[in-house]
Design a protein. Sequence first.
Length: 134
Amino acid sequence: NLLILDSIWRTVSPAYSEAYIEQIVTYYLENPRFRDLFTESVAQQFWAERIRAFARVYGSEQDTGTIAAPITLIAAAEGSDSSNIEGWQIASRHSFQQIQGVGHHDCLLERPHVVTNAALIHNIINISFKEVQS
């Protein structure tokens, strides 16, 4: 069973502009949740370059093919759009299910949401394990 946390199945590359990539860098470097990690100028420059590199690669990718496994998508509180769900349904050569998680995309695995979402993950793994055992 492939377990996915609020991920998008992209049939078309989003092709991020350099201006949008800079917005992503600014979001992470100025976000109060991450700001303490980037207190030194050298660390800020290092992570800014890493974020830019990741965004350039991520912004040029698209999803193709299928996955030979059941897929379980845990959606964030803001929900996943229907095209995203249809993409994952098509991607699985087995079954697809969506489970509603708690918290927005950026905080699915942070307190206080991590406890509830970890329980969802635990249940999914246990069910998958029991299916394999039988």
